[in-house]
Design a protein around this ligand. Structure first.
Ligand code: NAD
Ligand code: TYD
Length: 352
């Protein structure tokens, strides 16, 4: 492909994907299209920002004209769509932001792709990056398969489910060449410290309470972010049009067990007394409508495309903690909002 627009490239997963694609495909122009919300941080891309095959464009996907202008300027053959409001707790306090970005923003991108590619869809591809949360909540047994019926239960998952349906509908109705992935919980460097693992790392560093929702028995299936980026790259290039692929870590953890492991690893790395961080664990009011268990059956992507997770959890968690310990300034800037200044200084003249 000559040129690929990646939306949400300044976020957690998007920045890992951009690092991978810019280095791996030097002859392809990679355009990062991002509105730079609180979750978008161009510092995440500092080491590749001067690569000749990389550009950044500040666009809100809720603004169709701005999206269309960027599409006409960069004429992408491929779109990998990650831009989203991504935090369940925020969706509970402000669902409309999720409807706007995740639903309307996605449909704007589909409409822009349809317009740009209307004369020739050959060799074009729209990859929609979604979540396992669209499938709802599991009991003690079972796994989400691609064929599992959608049953979203939070405003976040309802907005992602809606966007997934629009993507499928545009494939069936307008023949837009699409692929889709539904992945489990990611962790790793550059994750905004509102999500469980970086929030706990930050609080352990600051010796602040570690808030566990409810009884801490909810289960998530954790995947190292670079393994997700590898899966997206693979599905984008090799996935069958119109198909969706589930991606998971085969790595289920109860929240409370995960936080204990994190505390133990951090105490060791920080040279603190055994048990010091665990004493910060505090049970707090549960999240409204808290999904109990997510677990992915990823046999389809394994068998059809040969993707497997590469890291075991202890290794991945240790690598993640090391990154945060080596990047305390990033954490401080992200939590203080100072990174907005970075954008102003670096990119004030680079808008579409
Ligand atoms: P993130 O919150 O870290 O980043 C989101 C990015 O999207 C930010 O750079 C933000 O500036 C940008 N953005 C938000 N609203 C925008 C708008 N209106 N216009 C343009 N850009 C906008 O999210 P993430 O964790 O990296 O997730 C990326 C994608 O992967 C999302 O679609 C999410 O639903 C999906 N996903 C995430 C996980 C996970 O564990 N984090 C798991 C499965 C799927
Ligand atoms: P989160 O990282 O928000 O991801 P998601 O809700 O999308 O799975 O939360 C992961 C799990 O951790 C979830 O069960 C909620 C729980 N959690 C806490 O117990 N305390 C916290 O402070 C946070 C942010 C999450």
């Amino acid at each position: 492909m000559n040129s690929i627009i990646i939306t949400g490239g300044a976020g957690f997963i998007g920045s890992h994907l951009i690092h991978r694609m810019v280095k791996k495909y030097p002859d392809t122009k990679i355009i990062n299209l991002d509105a730079l919300t609180y979750a978008g941080n161009l510092e995440n891309l500092k080491d590749i920002e001067n690569e000749s095959n990389y550009s950044f464009v500040k666009v809100d996907i809720c603004d169709f004209d701005a999206v269309m202008a960027a599409f006409r300027k960069y004429k992408p053959d491929g779109i990998i769509h990650l831009a989203a409001e991504s935090h369940v707790d925020r969706s509970i306090t402000n669902p409309m932001a999720f409807v706007n970005t995740n639903v309307i923003g996605t449909v704007n991108l589909l409409n822009a792709a349809r317009e740009l590619w209307k004369d020739n869809m050959e060799g074009k591809k729209f990859h929609h990056v979604s979540t396992d949360e669209v499938f709802g909540s599991l009991g003690d047994t079972g796994f989400f398969k691609e064929s599992t019926a959608y049953d979203p239960r939070s405003p976040y998952s309802a907005s992602k489910a809606s966007s997934d349906h629009f993507v499928s509908a545009y494939h069936h109705t307008y023949k837009i060449p699409v692929v889709m992935t539904n992945c489990s919980n990611n962790y790793g460097p550059y994750q905004f410290p509102e999500k469980l693992i970086p929030l706990m790392i930050n609080n352990i560093l600051l010796k602040k309470e570690l808030p566990i929702y409810g009884k801490g028995l909810n289960i998530r299936d954790w995947l190292y972010v670079e393994d997700h980026a590898a899966a997206i790259d693979l599905v984008f290039h090799k996935g069958e049009l119109g198909e969706s692929y589930n991606i998971g870590g085969k790595n289920e953890w109860k929240n409370i067990d995960l936080v204990h492991l994190l505390c133990r690893q951090m105490d060791e790395k920080l040279g603190r007394e055994k048990g010091e961080s665990e004493s910060l664990i505090t049970y707090v009011k549960d999240r409204a409508g808290h999904d109990m268990r997510y677990a992915i059956d990823s046999q389809k992507i394994e068998k059809e495309l040969g993707w497997f997770p590469s890291l075991n959890f202890e290794e991945g968690l240790s690598k993640t903690i090391d990154w945060y310990l080596n990047n305390k300034d990033w954490l401080k800037r992200v939590t203080s909002g100072e990174y907005a200044k970075y954008y102003q200084d670096m990119y004030k003249n680079r808008e579409v």
